[in-house]
Design a protein around this ligand. Structure first.
Ligand SMILES: [Zn+2]
Length: 151
C-alpha cells in the first residue's frame, strides 16, 4: 500500500498490512498499538515491520498505553540483525470507527515522538480503522500532514 505527501512516498509492506488488519477494532474490543519499523531512502519511507501488542501493554477501550521496553527491545534487535538498516519509523494503533480520524492526543503523540525519540527524519502514524480503512500521517520537521492513498 502506498501513501504520498508532497514529495514523500510511504510504502507500507503487504506483510505489515496483513499484521495490522488482524487488530481491526470492533464492538467492545480494546485499542491495540505498536511501533513501525523500516527505513528511509531519499524521500521514500519503507515500512517493513511492526511490533504487536504484548502482555505488558495496557489495553483500554479508547486508548492504548505502550510498554516502551518490550517494543524497544524488538526494535533494537531488528536494528542489530539488519546491520542498522531497519529502525523505528513511527507508531500504529486502532480506532473503532470507519475512516479513522486522529484524536487530539494522537496528534500530540505524533508531535512528541519525533522529539522524544530524538530523530531528525520524518515519523509516521498509522491509525487502523474498521473495514480496512486507514489514516496515515507524517511529521516532517514538526509539522503534521495527512498522507493520501496512492495505491
Ligand atoms: Zn487514536
Amino acid at each position: 500500500m502506498i501513501y504520498t505527501y508532497n514529495k514523500f512516498t510511504i510504502n507500507i509492506d503487504t506483510s505489515v498490512i496483513q499484521t495490522l488488519s488482524k487488530f481491526e477494532q470492533y464492538n467492545g474490543q480494546n485499542e491495540s498499538g505498536g511501533a513501525l519499523m523500516g527505513y528511509i531512502a531519499r524521500n521514500e519511507l519503507k515500512i517493513l515491520d511492526c511490533t504487536q501488542p504484548n502482555i505488558f501493554d495496557i489495553h483500554r477501550r479508547y486508548n492504548f498505553i505502550r510498554n516502551i521496553f518490550g517494543h524497544q527491545f524488538i526494535i533494537n534487535n531488528k536494528y542489530n540483525i539488519s546491520n542498522g538498516k531497519i529502525n523505528y519509523i513511527g507508531e500504529w494503533h486502532t480506532h473503532s470507527e470507519i475512516n479513522p480520524k486522529p484524536s487530539k492526543t494522537d496528534l500530540k503523540t505524533l508531535m512528541k515522538i519525533r522529539r522524544y525519540k530524538n530523530v531528525k527524519f520524518p515519523v509516521i502514524m498509522i491509525i487502523i480503522g474498521q473495514n480496512k480503512t486507514y489514516w496515515v500521517g507524517i511529521n516532517i520537521n514538526g509539522y503534521i500532514h495527512k498522507c493520501k492513498r496512492y495505491i
